[in-house]
Design a protein around this ligand. Structure first.
Ligand SMILES: [Zn+2]
Ligand SMILES: [Zn+2]
Length: 126
C-alpha cells in the first residue's frame, strides 16, 4: 500500500519492517525530526523574537553572551561528533537546550534583530 511522505509529498511504499513509516526516505525523516526538535526548542524559548515579537520561520537561536563561536568549537571538536557532518551542531544544541535548565543563556531573535545585534556588538550602529 502506498503512502504519502509527510515531508515531501512523494508517494512511497513503506517497507514491511516499518509499516508506520511517515516519510519516504531517511533524508525526509531526518528533516521532520529536526523540525520537530526545532519547534520544541522555539517553544521552550518563548516562541518569538525577544526584541520585536516576530514569530515566523526566520527565528534564530541566539547566545545571549555571544559565545556561539566558542560553544561551536567545543561541541564540534568533541571527537565523537567530529565526523557527523553538518547539522550535528544544531542537533546537539537543541538537545542541550531541551534537556537542561538553560538559565538565560539563549534567546530567540529574528534574522533582522540578530544582524542588528551583531552590528551593534561590532560598533557599526548604536
Ligand atoms: Zn519524502
Ligand atoms: Zn526581531
Amino acid at each position: 500500500m502506498e503512502k504519502r511522505c509527510v515531508m515531501c509529498g512523494k508517494l512511497f511504499v513503506p517497507d514491511k519492517f516499518h509499516p508506520n513509516q511517515k516519510c519516504c526516505s531517511y533524508r525526509c525523516y531526518h528533516k521532520k525530526y529536526h523540525r520537530e526538535l526545532r519547534d520544541k526548542v522555539i517553544n521552550k524559548l518563548g516562541g518569538k523574537c525577544v526584541m520585536c515579537g516576530y514569530t515566523g520561520p526566520a527565528l534564530q537561536i541566539d547566545h545571549i553572551n555571544n559565545n556561539g563561536y566558542e560553544e561551536r568549537k567545543k561541541l564540534y571538536n568533541n571527537p565523537i561528533w567530529n565526523y557527523c557532518g553538518s547539522g550535528t551542531y544544531y542537533y546537539k544544541l537543541y538537545k542541550k537546550i531541551l534537556s537542561s535548565d538553560i538559565n538565560g543563556d539563549y534567546q530567540l531573535l529574528c534574522a533582522n534583530c540578530n544582524v542588528e545585534k551583531e552590528m551593534r556588538r561590532r560598533g557599526l550602529i548604536k
